[in-house]
Design a protein around this ligand. Structure first.
Ligand SMILES: [Zn+2]
Length: 136
């Protein structure tokens, strides 16, 4: 079992969204800028007011790694960590699944899916390839 999630006051909406299988980010109420990870203030205009906005869950692999050491007991061996650039332009750190490291390509299109991580229904976002490999 993976370590328990630790939502903060700023990130609680994000984790709650994942429980509902929605990927949310903050949208500044003043200038409209999207931001992630969650934080209290808009980095562009300094406004404190924001709204939660749903994201498409589609994007492309911006960068990725296959951790080799140390192996973490709560993860299966061979998992991949990816920085995904979503269609909305923000980047999200996650796992890349349903593909082997040898087949991963930068900029390959991916989509979000959700897995349950504890008995209370907490979920996390994961990504998997969409479409034909190397296409687009
Ligand atoms: Zn702003």
């Amino acid at each position: 079992m993976r370590p328990g999630l630790q939502p903060s006051r700023d990130s609680a909406f994000f984790w709650q969204g994942l429980r509902d299988e929605k990927l949310l980010c903050q949208s500044c109420d003043h200038c409209g800028r999207l931001r992630h990870p969650p934080r209290p203030m808009c980095p562009d205009c300094g406004a404190l007011q924001w709204s939660a906005r749903p994201l498409s869950g589609r994007g492309r692999v911006h960068a990725w790694i296959k951790p080799v050491h140390p192996l973490l007991p709560m993860f299966e061996e061979g998992f991949l960590v990816a920085l995904v650039e979503l269609d909305e332009g923000i980047r999200l750190l996650s796992n890349l699944c349903e593909i082997s490291a040898a087949d991963v390509r930068n900029e390959m299109p991916v989509e979000v899916f959700f897995i349950e991580v504890d008995a209370e229904g907490a979920k996390v976002h994961q990504f998997r390839p969409i479409g034909e490999l190397g296409h687009g």
